[in-house]
Each structure stands twice: as structure tokens, then as C-alpha cells.
Design a protein around this ligand. Structure first.
Ligand SMILES: Cc1cc2nc3c(=O)[nH]c(=O)nc-3n(C[C@H](O)[C@H](O)[C@H](O)COP(=O)(O)OP(=O)(O)OC[C@H]3O[C@@H](n4cnc5c(N)ncnc54)[C@H](O)[C@@H]3O)c2cc1C
Length: 271
């Protein structure tokens, strides 16, 4: 529950409304270690506290990395942070992507928009343990080419000979010559064996629903599909109930869930 002070080491602008912060702990009590999929509560005095997934490399224990979209009261103030500024961090919280559990299988990572941020740590881990997996596939979709996160890394990952990386955009504005269409159009082209595939999916809820439907068409079973769910959150420790979804608390039971265990609650309003 106790926040620890961190100093902004670097701010990197990803897109017009999204930025990545690299944070250093001010003292040894600030934790930078985490497992892929976990999130922290970031607190800026005078603005407020928000849950944000860790988006950095879990093997790189020096900085804490968060990619944030500036959408409202708190994140818009965070968008003004500069190198040297302070903020407070609680965490890490929550469940993780089953990256180690998927060893020996094909692994398919499917991200929509900002969903690549919580999935990037999982992809880093898979790449660093590449020999433990069969096929590795990353499918990424954004609204426009200007909304693509981590563009230089995507280009580098695409150059790897033993990983399939496919990128699509909804609208090809600004001289895009790559794939155009929603992310589900990439799934039939994924080089994976459905019988031994674990899929990690993150993006807007509607995108996750259609992605799961398309994976099911390829006969990936629902208990091998994992999704990350977002809800408004306050305490992050299962007390306040802000993030309750039916019988579950997203903060302590999630945010990563096996799809078949949460499918009945997804898309239902006001619960
Ligand atoms: C586990 C978890 C991980 C997250 N990881 C990231 C991340 O890596 N990067 C990132 O940019 N954001 C992430 N989010 C979402 C982020 O927490 C919200 O965007 C943030 O709380 C908005 O706060 P605000 O005060 O800036 O906006 P507000 O003024 O509170 O809201 C602006 C708009 O966003 C909506 N909103 C607020 N919170 C959420 C939410 N949690 N889900 C959906 N809509 C919301 C509001 O209803 C409103 O329409 C995550 C959320 C959760 C629960």
C-alpha cells in the first residue's frame, strides 16, 4: 500500500498522445522488478493516482518503464512530466501473462493499440528465452500508422528470422504501404499450430472479443487464450470494489485472465 518515490529518468514520446516514462527509484525501497502483465499505481500529488501496466523489459532491473496515453485528469498532468521530476509508485500488483507456462508451445501475442504496452514485457521475455518456444507470432494493429507504438522496435523485431511479426492499421493515412484492416484479418495468416498454441491478447474489449472469435475459428481453445481487462481502480488491493466485475476483482484476481473464466462478464455494462 505504501507509495515510494521515483524520479523521471527519461520521457520518450511514442505518439501524439502517448509517452513512455523511465523511472528510477529515489531509494532502495522502490521496486523495479515485476512479472509481465503486472501494473503499478502511479501517483502525482495534486493530480491523482492511476493504474498503469509496466511496459519495460523484466530482465532489465534498472529502470521502471510505463507507457501512458493521455486521456483525462491525471494522465494529462503526467504528460507534462520532465526528466528529474518526482512521482510516487505503489506496486507491482496483479496477475501475469502465462509466459513460462507457455514454454514448449507456440505463443501468439495479439495487441490492439495501447495493448502492446502491457504485452511488450511478455514479448521481451519470450525473445530472451526464444529456444523454449516453438513458433512465436506477434500480431499488432493500430488505428493509423501514426498510432503505432515502439515503431523502431517493431521494425527490429520484424527483421528476426525466427519470429513472425505482422502489423496492420485501420486507415492508411500518411503514406502507409503495409497491411490495412482490423487486427482479426491477420489471424488466418499466423504461422502457428492451434493445437499447441497459447494466445495472449490485449486491447479494447471489443477487439479482444472479435480476436477470440477468430482464434476459435482456427480452433485455439478458450482455455489457452488469455486477456487483460481494465476497469476503473482505486485501491488496487481488493478493498474498495471499484474494479469489481461480477464475482472478481480486476486488481487482485487480474488484470490477466483466462478467457473462458471471464467471458460471461465481459461486455456487460454496470456490473
Ligand atoms: C490494470 C490496468 C492497467 C492499465 N494500463 C495502462 C497503461 O499501460 N497505459 C495507459 O495509458 N493506461 C492504462 N490503463 C488505463 C488508465 O489507468 C486510465 O487511462 C487512467 O486511469 C485514466 O485516468 P485519467 O484521470 O487520466 O482519466 P479520467 O479523467 O479518469 O478518465 C478519462 C476517460 O477514460 C475513462 N477511463 C478511466 N479509467 C479507465 C480505465 N481503467 N479503463 C477504461 N477507461 C477508463 C474514463 O471513464 C473517461 O472516459 C490501465 C488500467 C488498468 C485498470
Amino acid at each position: 500500500m505504501l507509495p515510494h518515490l521515483f524520479r523521471v529518468h527519461q520521457v520518450h514520446r511514442e505518439t501524439v498522445d502517448t509517452f513512455t516514462l523511465q523511472l528510477d527509484p529515489v531509494d532502495e525501497r522502490g521496486a523495479v522488478s515485476f512479472v509481465p502483465g503486472q501494473f503499478n499505481m502511479l501517483y502525482l500529488p495534486g493530480a491523482g493516482e492511476v493504474p498503469i501496466s509496466v511496459s519495460g523489459d523484466p530482465a532489465q532491473a534498472k529502470h521502471l518503464t510505463h507507457t501512458i496515453r493521455s486521456v483525462g485528469a491525471v494522465t494529462k498532468v503526467m504528460d507534462k512530466l520532465k526528466r528529474g521530476d518526482l512521482l510516487a509508485v505503489r506496486g507491482p500488483f496483479g496477475t501475469h501473462w502465462p509466459v513460462e507456462e507457455a514454454e514448449g508451445n507456440d505463443i501468439v501475442i495479439i495487441a490492439g493499440g495501447l495493448g502492446l504496452a502491457p504485452l511488450r514485457p511478455a514479448f521481451y521475455q519470450v525473445l530472451s528465452d526464444r529456444e523454449k518456444y516453438n513458433k512465436v507470432v506477434l500480431l499488432y494493429g493500430a488505428r493509423t500508422p501514426q498510432d503505432l507504438l515502439y515503431r523502431h522496435e517493431l521494425e527490429r523485431w520484424r527483421g528476426l528470422l525466427d519470429v513472425q511479426v505482422e502489423v496492420t492499421v485501420d486507415s492508411p493515412v500518411g503514406g502507409w504501404h503495409g497491411d490495412v484492416g482490423v487486427i482479426t484479418t491477420l489471424i488466418p495468416r499466423g504461422h502457428f499450430d492451434p493445437a499447441r498454441t497459447v494466445a495472449l491478447v490485449c486491447g479494447p474489449e471489443i477487439m479482444m472479443r472479435y480476436t477470440v472469435m477468430e482464434l476459435e475459428k482456427r480452433e485455439v481453445s478458450q482455455n489457452k487464450i488469455f486477456v487483460s481487462i481494465e476497469r476503473n481502480m482505486k485501491c488496487a488491493t481488493g478493498f474498495c470494489g471499484h474494479c469489481q466485475l461480477g464475482p472478481i476483482f480486476i486488481c487482485k484476481d487480474g488484470p490477466i485472465f483466462r478467457f473462458d473464466l471471464v467471458k460471461d462478464w465481459l461486455g456487460k455494462r454496470d456490473i
